[in-house]
Design a protein around this ligand. Structure first.
Ligand SMILES: Cc1ncc(COP(=O)(O)O)c(C=O)c1O
Length: 400
């Protein structure tokens, strides 16, 4: 069989602006280890390992039987059943009343909303303010839209919150969007109400839209409850928040979330989206609407919390000094002296058969750290996490 001819059509130059994939060597080592039949403990992927609760699947089946869901969803901003449920959920959870007709927008997952928000607001040369380290979608889409992502460094010294007074005035004046994400991937950091209030004040001073990514709002431990930025007085004037069922209810594959907040920003994002996508299969958002109001995921949260405790206590017994994160499902650990984040991940993989993500993959300020995810497939009750700690103990020499 002959290979197809090389396509002689140059791709759009914007695709060349996507930063290089940093994990090529790690991916190669992982592939090789698996080919050799080694037993890897994969703490790399941040994707709930537990299935979607079965009652949500039943709700999907019921919704799928209604032929109305088989057609284009011609609603403005999403099926009113979903938007009403999102408004009700938001009020119950955060005590914030939202108008489902103007302050909510159905998303095909929050990734889609974050990406399209850049395309809706960023012209060539515009700045966005992005956290570093961070989930890469806001930065990459700013670049593709011709904008300039200004990095807001996050450090342990400031509890992984940006120092807004460090943003140069000229950049703040030229910035369109400030992207925040709390609870935070990859550090597991949480924001205080005081920080949100400071961000709202800053954004109002410079006319910057805040987009706070709240994908991990429901992944909370002990008695912590993550706040919404929309609880901040005046935030609705300047902010939107993206929410997702992905991490909340083990529904990453379903692709459903919503944006909430400032009506102008919601309408602007909707204008862009309505010229690109036609929403998802309506049975998905009907099932999601039901799930938001009827299902809790405490069982999964208890499992993550058990794994968190085993991993943090275990690493601390090897000399780390980690605090237990209050939210999200990541352990963000400094690498021992003498290592870079890449070389430590490489040693973890080759010597201990444990896979983690080098912090530098989330931005230059992630150097010196690795991210370990608590969503470990095949782990029933923390036993594989305990084994990961044992393998590190036995196979790596760590000198603090
Ligand atoms: C910080 C953050 N935001 C957004 C997303 C995307 O979530 P969704 O499945 O809602 O698109 C992720 C997924 O890993 C994430 O870590």
């Amino acid at each position: 069989m002959s290979l197809p001819a090389t396509l002689n059509v140059p791709r759009a130059k914007r695709l060349d602006l996507i930063p290089p994939y940093l994990f090529g060597e790690i991916a190669r080592q992982k592939k090789q280890a698996l080919a050799e039949g080694r037993d890897l403990i994969d703490l790399g992927i941040g994707d709930p390992d537990q299935p979607t609760p079965p009652e949500i699947i039943d709700a999907l089946y019921e919704a799928a039987k209604d032929p109305e869901t088989h057609r284009y969803d011609e609603s403005n901003a999403g099926d009113p059943i979903f938007l009403d449920a999102a408004a009700k959920w938001f009020e119950g959870r955060f005590g914030v009343k939202l108008d489902p007709n103007s302050e909510l927008l159905l998303l095909i997952g929050s990734k889609e909303g974050l990406a399209h928000l850049c395309w809706a607001y960023v012209d060539a040369g515009d700045y966005t303010l992005v956290q570093d380290p961070s989930y890469t979608v806001p930065k990459v889409n700013t670049l593709m839209a011709g904008g300039i992502p200004h990095l807001m460094p996050l450090t342990a010294a400031n509890n992984w919150l940006p120092v807004l007074s460090d943003i140069p005035t000229e950049v703040a004046k030229a910035a369109k969007i400030m992207f925040l994400n709390y609870p935070h991937n990859p550090t597991g950091a949480t924001a205080t109400s005081a920080f949100f209030a400071e961000a709202v004040e800053f954004a109002k001073n410079y006319d910057i839209l805040i987009c706070q990514d709240c994908a991990y709002s429901e992944v909370n431990y002990d008695d912590y409850r993550a706040p919404s930025i929309l609880q901040t007085p005046g935030a609705i004037d300047i902010a939107i928040e993206t929410h997702s069922l992905s991490k909340t209810l083990n529904m990453t594959g379903w692709r459903v979330g919503f944006a909430a907040g400032n009506p102008d920003a919601i309408a602007t994002l909707n204008k862009l989206k309505s010229n690109i996508d036609s929403k998802q299969f309506a049975a998905i958002d009907r099932a999601a609407a039901w799930a938001l109001l009827n299902v809790n995921n405490d069982h999964t949260l208890e499992l993550y919390q058990r794994r968190r405790d085993i991993l943090v206590d275990g690493l601390n017994s090897l000399g780390w000094k980690l605090e237990k994160p209050k939210a999200a499902f990541y352990i963000w650990a400094p690498v021992p002296p003498g290592y870079t984040s890449m070389s430590f991940v490489s040693d973890l993989l080759s010597k201990a058969g444990v896979l983690a993500i080098p912090g530098v993959g989330y931005g230059e300020n992630g150097e010196g750290y690795v991210r370990m995810s608590l969503t470990l497939s095949g782990d029933k009750n923390g036993e594989r996490i305990a084994e990961a700690v044992e393998r590190i103990r036995q196979n790596l020499t760590i000198n603090w």
